[in-house]
Design a protein around this ligand. Structure first.
Ligand SMILES: [Zn+2]
Length: 196
């Protein structure tokens, strides 16, 4: 092999390595994203709706199957675990990669945040249906700590809950979830906590 061919091959290999390493980082294990107190994050919670359950408004998986695939988990504000609560907390040290607001039928605004490990990162944990948000989370250059209160579950969402998922940033409605959050939560969800 000539030197230029060798250089080309090594360039292709490094490019391939780069492409396969972008956006495929395995998430770390995380505590639960809710808790009235910090220690509340160490309890499994009741799910209102689980990952993959039929959920109108989400993409059909497989395509055109008629089954709308829920790309995250919904944690019930009325969780029956140790402290029924609506306080949403950060699960991983990182930065706000994306945030978004939209208006509920009631006229109130609800917020969405994607928090990732890297500043201006391309993926992270995604928290939806928030109210009374922590203003620090609007700044993309401030490092957020595990356990910070990000906001509360919006009381005017029908059946108040946190929608929690792993997603790309920026997030567009119905872009595919990168994984099942239940595979990363500690402690593991149990059937007694509504995991289906
Ligand atoms: Zn949901």
């Amino acid at each position: 092999m000539t030197r230029s061919k060798l250089a080309f091959v090594s360039l292709m290999i490094s490019l391939l390595f780069h492409l396969t390493s972008v956006g495929t980082a395995e998430p770390d294990m995380i505590p639960w994203p809710v808790g009235t107190t910090l220690s509340g994050q160490d309890s499994s919670r009741t799910l209102f709706s689980s990952y993959g359950t039929h959920h109108i408004g989400w993409d059909q998986v497989p395509a055109a199957s008629g089954v709308n695939f829920h790309f995250g988990i919904d944690i019930d504000a009325n969780t029956s675990s140790t402290d029924g609560c609506d306080v949403v907390r950060n699960v991983e040290e990182g930065y706000t990669c994306y945030w978004f607001a939209d208006t509920l039928p009631s006229g109130s605004v609800q917020w969405l945040f994607v928090i990732g490990e890297e500043q201006l990162g391309s993926e992270g944990w995604n928290y939806q249906h928030l109210d009374e948000v922590n203003l620090a989370y609007f700044f993309t250059d401030s490092l957020h700590s595990v356990g910070d209160s990000i906001g509360i579950m919006h009381p005017e969402v029908s059946h108040p809950h946190l929608h929690f998922m792993r997603s790309e940033a920026p997030y567009y409605s119905n872009n595919a979830a990168l994984c099942n959050p239940l595979d990363y939560l500690v402690p593991e969800a149990t059937s007694a906590d509504g995991f289906t």
